[in-house]
Design a protein around this ligand. Sequence first.
Ligand SMILES: Nc1ncnc2c1ncn2[C@@H]1O[C@H](COP(=O)(O)OP(=O)(O)OP(=O)(O)O)[C@@H](O)[C@H]1O
Ligand SMILES: [Mg+2]
Length: 272
Amino acid sequence: MLEISKLVKRYGRDEPVLKELDLTVEGSSVVSIVGASGAGKSTMLRCINRLVEPTSGSIRLNGTELVALKGAALRRARRKIGMVFQGFNLIDRLTVMENVLAGRLGYVNLYQAISRRYPREDIERAFTLMERVGIAHYANKRADALSGGERQRVGVVRALMQEPEVLLADEPTASLDPRTSEQIMILLQSLASELSLPVLINIHNVAQARTYTERIVGLRHGKMIFDGAPDDFTRDALDAIYGGIESPEEEPVAPANPPPAQRDRGLPHDAT
Ligand SMILES: Nc1ncnc2c1ncn2[C@@H]1O[C@H](COP(=O)(O)OP(=O)(O)OP(=O)(O)O)[C@@H](O)[C@H]1O
Ligand SMILES: [Mg+2]
């Protein structure tokens, strides 16, 4: 279970980016984090894995307080936090298997890492997981020879190789076509329940958040302003999170070709 309490993050002297966030996510639950650009979604995930230092508050993962950890204890805790990225973050010139085994780097000793002599159990686990997500036949292919969807499956398996207790995904489908994105969302949903893993997904595609996750958290300017089931995620909630668009009556007559700033206003194109 992940328990975030009164989490504050302030970069320098600026206004806090996260303002006393509270969020509890149980095992096997998949939560979408939505919010306009700059709302603080990535900052929240980065506070959990301590890529950024929280200013104050508490983040507990299965009872362990992450905020206070340092040195070896922090490295041990980080192994329990799997991360999946929009850009996949694979090493292109390495094979799929080598990329996947990189998920074990927090566990093996330096000699094993440098010589790439991973324990037999790690290789077996890698094959089991690669089979599970349908990429085992690519084990010896270079990562850069794969499609985006296949690369993201490698990213997911690498994260799972850490034997994580929570999986964080920062816009994992934003670089993928719609059909492939859906497949990745379904995969994350299934893995959460198979592995009893809490999964947090930052996502801009509201339609996919509603379809493939059971809970949606909406951030606006670093505050949580929605936390509920997709069915409760109404038009009003959407407007509150992203800012509404004025009705046509209130809108001045728009020029035929509005400047980009005006065109970009309003709801994301995929919002429903
Ligand atoms: N390292 C940093 N130093 C200073 N400010 C930062 C830093 N990282 C993020 N910010 C600021 O914090 C705010 C939240 O950024 P964050 O990346 O968390 O937003 P986001 O919700 O993930 O946005 P997006 O949807 O565009 O990915 C933004 O105003 C951003 O400029
Ligand atoms: Mg972000």
